[in-house]
Design a binder for this molecule. Structure first.
Ligand SMILES: [Zn+2]
Ligand SMILES: [Zn+2]
Length: 329
């Protein structure tokens, strides 16, 4: 499919896209699960590439730099969220795909494409030594789990639960472990119990194992629920200590039932979190580089993207597909 991006302006960079991760929200957009897809849609919001041109006033990037674009490419820049590094909450936030540019004339097209034009202020820096393919999932999966881990001050001594071991969950395990937390993974898959331990978790529980769930009850300070599909969260609410927090990240269709008695009597919190701000996204990229926390990826050529999407629909990926858009790195 051919489309045109807007003409680069003085603050813009042009980047050739080398890699783009496949996120569950790309599937939601393709399947119009949220009812807001404006077809045709070019998804892809874990975008990594190389800067090939810069506008006259660009001072953060040079031609040849590695660069990345996440879930949004602009916002109003003056509201409370924008001024406190929560651009994702700005009502004028412009998504990197399935949106409309500030000029009102051009749609935004995602990363499963050859190049991107964006204002330098909304472009992330990728360390030149970082593998571009592995960097891609940090742009959505990484920041989505990093932001709540920071907000709820997860660190040494924290007892953290991670529900679901997929693209988000496996990054949550690695990041929480790197932050010094004691990490328990909840999964429905016996194979993933083994994998969770390999990824660094201190404990892994089959969520349909009633005995193990009873042992875990009341033990965790904070639980990050990364599951996108409808599922039963009562057991995770039970696993929280009094006044603990369960943070939801999934945006799948349908709803979740909440065990209100356990929430009320335990004074527990049910929270949500959505990606993260620009500075926070740069922070997680830099943290991953400094601590060698890298996503586990399956690299697929562009010609196989549809097979990869089908496999993701079946949760058949360890743990993130990254599409190789060019032969560069
Ligand atoms: Zn995403
Ligand atoms: Zn704003």
């Amino acid at each position: 499919m051919a489309f045109e991006r807007r003409e680069p302006g003085p603050h813009d960079i042009v980047m050739t896209i080398t890699h783009c991760g496949i996120c569950h929200s790309d599937l939601h957009a393709i399947d119009d699960d949220l009812g807001n897809s404006c077809f045709p849609v070019v998804p892809g919001h874990e975008i990594v590439g190389v800067v090939t041109a810069i506008g006259d006033e660009v001072d953060r990037f040079q031609v040849g730099d590695k660069a990345a674009i996440g879930c949004y490419i602009d916002s109003c820049r003056s509201c409370g969220p924008c001024l406190s590094d929560r651009q994702q909450m700005c009502i004028a936030m412009i998504p990197s795909f399935n949106g409309t540019e500030k000029d009102g004339d051009h749609r935004t097209w995602g990363g499963f494409s050859t190049n991107y034009v964006a204002d330098q202020d909304y472009v992330l820096k990728i360390p030149q030594t970082m593998d571009s393919a592995q960097a891609a999932p940090i742009l959505c999966a990484g920041i989505t789990v990093w932001s709540p881990l920071q907000k709820w001050r997860v660190g040494p001594g924290s007892k953290v639960g991670i529900v679901g071991l997929g693209g988000l969950g496996h990054m949550a395990v690695k990041l929480a472990v790197a932050l010094g937390a004691d990490v328990t993974v909840f999964t429905t898959s016996e194979a993933k119990v083994v994998d969770a331990m390999r990824l660094g978790a201190h404990n892994a529980i089959l969520s349909n194992d009633g005995v193990a769930m009873a042992v875990a009850a009341g033990t965790l300070d904070f639980i990050l629920d990364t599951v996108s599909a409808q599922h039963d969260i009562d057991g995770y609410i039970e696993a929280l200590r009094p006044e603990g927090t369960l943070c939801l990240l999934g945006i799948g269709p349908g709803g979740l039932q909440i065990a209100n008695l356990s929430v009320v009597f335990g004074q527990k919190c049910i929270a949500g979190s959505l990606i993260g701000g620009l500075d926070q996204t740069q922070a997680v990229i830099d943290f991953c580089a400094a601590h060698d926390v890298m996503p586990e990826i399956e690299l697929v050529p562009l010609a196989q993207i549809n097979q990869a999407l089908d496999r993701l629909r079946r949760n058949d990926v360890k743990y993130r597909f990254v599409v190789e858009m060019t032969t560069g790195n």
